[in-house]
Design a binder for this molecule. Sequence first.
Ligand SMILES: [Zn+2]
Length: 103
Amino acid sequence: MPPAAHRSLFPKRTVAPPCYAERHFEGEDVFKTLLLIAIGFIVLALFRAYQRSLGQPPSSTREKTVEDMVKCAHCGVNLPRSEAIYSGGDFFCTPEHRQLGKK
Ligand SMILES: [Zn+2]
Protein backbone atom coordinates (compact mmCIF):
# COMPACT_ATOMS: atom_id res chain seq x y z
CA MET A 1 0.00 0.00 0.00
CA PRO A 2 2.65 2.58 0.88
CA PRO A 3 4.57 2.04 -2.33
CA ALA A 4 1.37 2.23 -4.33
CA ALA A 5 0.39 5.45 -2.62
CA HIS A 6 3.88 6.74 -3.05
CA ARG A 7 3.78 5.85 -6.71
CA SER A 8 0.45 7.47 -7.25
CA LEU A 9 1.69 10.57 -5.46
CA PHE A 10 5.07 10.59 -7.09
CA PRO A 11 4.08 11.53 -10.61
CA LYS A 12 1.59 14.06 -9.36
CA ARG A 13 3.97 16.24 -7.42
CA THR A 14 7.18 15.54 -9.25
CA VAL A 15 9.05 17.28 -11.86
CA ALA A 16 6.45 16.50 -14.45
CA PRO A 17 3.87 19.18 -13.59
CA PRO A 18 6.29 22.05 -12.90
CA CYS A 19 8.39 21.11 -15.87
CA TYR A 20 5.35 20.83 -18.06
CA ALA A 21 3.98 24.07 -16.70
CA GLU A 22 7.29 25.78 -17.24
CA ARG A 23 7.53 24.46 -20.76
CA HIS A 24 3.97 25.39 -21.42
CA PHE A 25 4.59 28.87 -20.08
CA GLU A 26 7.76 29.16 -22.12
CA GLY A 27 5.96 27.96 -25.21
CA GLU A 28 3.18 30.41 -24.61
CA ASP A 29 5.71 33.18 -24.16
CA VAL A 30 7.40 32.27 -27.43
CA PHE A 31 4.03 32.04 -29.10
CA LYS A 32 3.08 35.45 -27.77
CA THR A 33 6.36 36.90 -28.96
CA LEU A 34 5.90 35.35 -32.38
CA LEU A 35 2.33 36.59 -32.44
CA LEU A 36 3.51 40.10 -31.59
CA ILE A 37 6.14 39.90 -34.33
CA ALA A 38 3.53 38.61 -36.76
CA ILE A 39 1.13 41.39 -35.79
CA GLY A 40 3.95 43.89 -36.14
CA PHE A 41 4.72 42.53 -39.58
CA ILE A 42 1.08 42.66 -40.62
CA VAL A 43 0.71 46.19 -39.31
CA LEU A 44 3.89 47.23 -41.08
CA ALA A 45 2.75 45.57 -44.31
CA LEU A 46 -0.65 47.22 -44.05
CA PHE A 47 0.96 50.55 -43.28
CA ARG A 48 3.28 50.21 -46.27
CA ALA A 49 0.40 49.17 -48.49
CA TYR A 50 -1.58 52.12 -47.16
CA GLN A 51 1.33 54.46 -47.82
CA ARG A 52 1.70 53.01 -51.29
CA SER A 53 -1.99 53.37 -51.95
CA LEU A 54 -1.69 56.96 -50.74
CA GLY A 55 1.36 57.57 -52.88
CA GLN A 56 0.12 55.88 -56.04
CA PRO A 57 -3.30 57.40 -56.70
CA PRO A 58 -2.15 61.04 -56.87
CA SER A 59 0.52 60.28 -59.46
CA SER A 60 -1.67 57.92 -61.47
CA THR A 61 -4.68 60.22 -61.30
CA ARG A 62 -2.47 63.14 -62.17
CA GLU A 63 -1.25 61.30 -65.23
CA LYS A 64 -4.78 60.31 -66.01
CA THR A 65 -6.13 63.83 -65.59
CA VAL A 66 -3.31 65.22 -67.70
CA GLU A 67 -4.19 62.66 -70.32
CA ASP A 68 -7.89 63.26 -70.10
CA MET A 69 -7.79 67.04 -69.84
CA VAL A 70 -9.21 68.82 -72.84
CA LYS A 71 -9.47 72.48 -73.66
CA CYS A 72 -12.71 74.22 -74.40
CA ALA A 73 -12.46 75.45 -77.99
CA HIS A 74 -14.37 78.58 -77.04
CA CYS A 75 -12.96 79.84 -73.75
CA GLY A 76 -9.87 77.69 -73.48
CA VAL A 77 -10.70 76.32 -70.04
CA ASN A 78 -9.27 72.93 -69.21
CA LEU A 79 -11.72 70.29 -68.14
CA PRO A 80 -11.87 66.52 -67.91
CA ARG A 81 -12.61 64.82 -71.19
CA SER A 82 -15.55 62.97 -69.61
CA GLU A 83 -17.16 66.31 -68.66
CA ALA A 84 -16.43 68.01 -71.96
CA ILE A 85 -18.84 68.24 -74.85
CA TYR A 86 -17.36 66.97 -78.05
CA SER A 87 -18.64 68.55 -81.21
CA GLY A 88 -17.20 68.97 -84.67
CA GLY A 89 -13.69 67.87 -83.66
CA ASP A 90 -13.53 70.28 -80.72
CA PHE A 91 -14.26 70.09 -77.03
CA PHE A 92 -16.44 72.56 -75.22
CA CYS A 93 -16.98 73.11 -71.53
CA THR A 94 -20.69 73.94 -71.71
CA PRO A 95 -23.50 73.56 -74.23
CA GLU A 96 -23.50 77.36 -74.58
CA HIS A 97 -19.88 77.37 -75.66
CA ARG A 98 -20.61 74.55 -78.04
CA GLN A 99 -23.36 76.69 -79.56
CA LEU A 100 -21.08 79.70 -79.68
CA GLY A 101 -18.50 77.54 -81.36
CA LYS A 102 -14.77 77.86 -81.78
CA LYS A 103 -13.38 81.26 -80.97
ZN1 LIG B 1 -15.85 77.14 -72.55
